[in-house]
Ligand binder design. Structure first.
Ligand SMILES: *Cc1c(COP(=O)(O)O)cnc(C)c1O
Length: 344
């Protein structure tokens, strides 16, 4: 079989920045150690690339959302260090957890009973202190089904850690009040932004996700977190257009003078949404403005500042997440997870 030629778009992942972000968050976690949220294929960046980097940086605790996400992580880290945040819905999932040794996060009385009936064993417990998503209510902590659990990490999740909201302290106090009621090995509350709220929020284990991958939701993290993801694409065609000619669907850009443009082969199918219209790519320190509308598989660039660029040359979309979120009005989380699967 002839090998498939490499794709004309790629996600460069800066492993050094990923490792250093984990170390920075670990240090900021104070006496707690930092784990890593690796759900959604490491927020879209690729578990096979990112999990080994995090593991080698010293991370031991990995969080996924779905059971379907376990095998990819299990290829790199021990089963009992993987936590499944959504917990078991069915007896099959209980059976899978017990057979593999992967830890379920128990999120309800129903899940606690299902786990106990399936034979139980070490698990984690989520207490809902106000986000009203998953987790037992604080009042349920004394229920016999919860008391019967063998809880390793008791956790809760902050709803507003990226804001200076009174909700943070309320959730902290509600979580603290639960700790004497449930016997456990360790406690965990903070996500990335929660780590920046200070050492009170650290407990034994933190669960950063976004900031591992370069997201910055609070000013405290600004000089500590580096960009990890760099979307790059090859110019697949260059052309000259005359004054008065238009570019792209609905002819929204009209050339004021004769100019050289280039086509890169990525578009909204790859997660580069139409909200990037008006932004620019870069070639070194030169700016290549996006002309007209983003298409499904293509974006047209103004090559005026980089006349030497030609077909086969690579350019990059600036993807510093706080700036990109500002530019596109798409959240930093979504800017990561919507990146498509055509990248090499
Ligand atoms: C996704 C998630 C995290 C990580 O949150 P970030 O804001 O990405 O740091 C932590 N804990 C839970 C329960 C999560 O679902």
């Amino acid at each position: 079989m002839t090998d498939l030629p490499p794709p004309t778009l790629r996600l460069r992942i800066d492993s050094g920045a990923l490792a250093s972000n984990w170390r920075a968050l670990h240090t900021l976690s104070g006496k707690a150690r930092a784990g890593a949220a690796v759900k959604a294929d490491c927020y879209g960046l690729g578990g096979d690339r990112c999990v080994p980097v995090l593991r080698d940086a010293g991370c031991r605790d990995f969080f996924v959302a779905h059971w379907s996400e376990v095998p990819a992580v299990l290829a790199h880290v021990p089963a009992d260090r993987i936590a499944v945040l959504h917990g078991p819905l069915t007896a099959d999932e209980v059976g899978y957890a017990r057979a593999t040794g992967v830890r379920p996060v128990i999120d309800s009385l129903r899940q606690a009973k299902l786990w106990n009936e399936g034979g139980g064993g070490p698990c984690h417990l989520m207490i809902d202190t106000g986000i009203n998503r998953l987790g037992i209510a604080p009042a349920e902590a004394s229920d016999p089904a919860i008391q019967a659990l063998d809880v390793d990490v008791v956790m809760s999740h902050l709803a507003c850690a990226d804001e200076d909201s009174a909700m943070n302290a309320r959730q902290l106090n509600a979580f603290r009040a639960c700790l004497p009621i449930v016997s456990h090995e360790e406690a965990s509350l903070a996500n990335s932004a929660g780590i920046a709220l200070g050492s009170d929020y650290g407990f034994d284990l933190t669960r950063p996700g976004l900031s591992l991958y370069g997201g910055i939701q609070r000013a405290e993290l600004e000089d500590k977190i580096g960009q990890v993801v760099h979307p790059q694409a090859a110019l697949i065609q260059t052309r000259e257009i005359d004054a008065g000619e238009t570019v792209g669907y609905n002819a929204t850009f009209t050339a004021r003078q004769r100019m050289r443009v280039g086509v890169v082969s990525l578009g909204y199918a790859d997660g580069i949404l139409r909200s990037w219209g008006g932004a620019h790519f870069i070639a070194g320190d030169r700016r290549l403005p996006i002309l007209g509308k983003v298409s499904m598989d293509m974006i047209v660039l103004d090559l005026s500042e980089a006349p030497e660029l030609t077909e086969g040359d690579w350019v990059e979309l600036p993807y510093h997440l706080p700036d990109a979120a500002q530019q596109t009005a798409v959240s930093q989380y979504e800017l990561l997870t919507l990146l498509g699967n055509r990248f090499g």
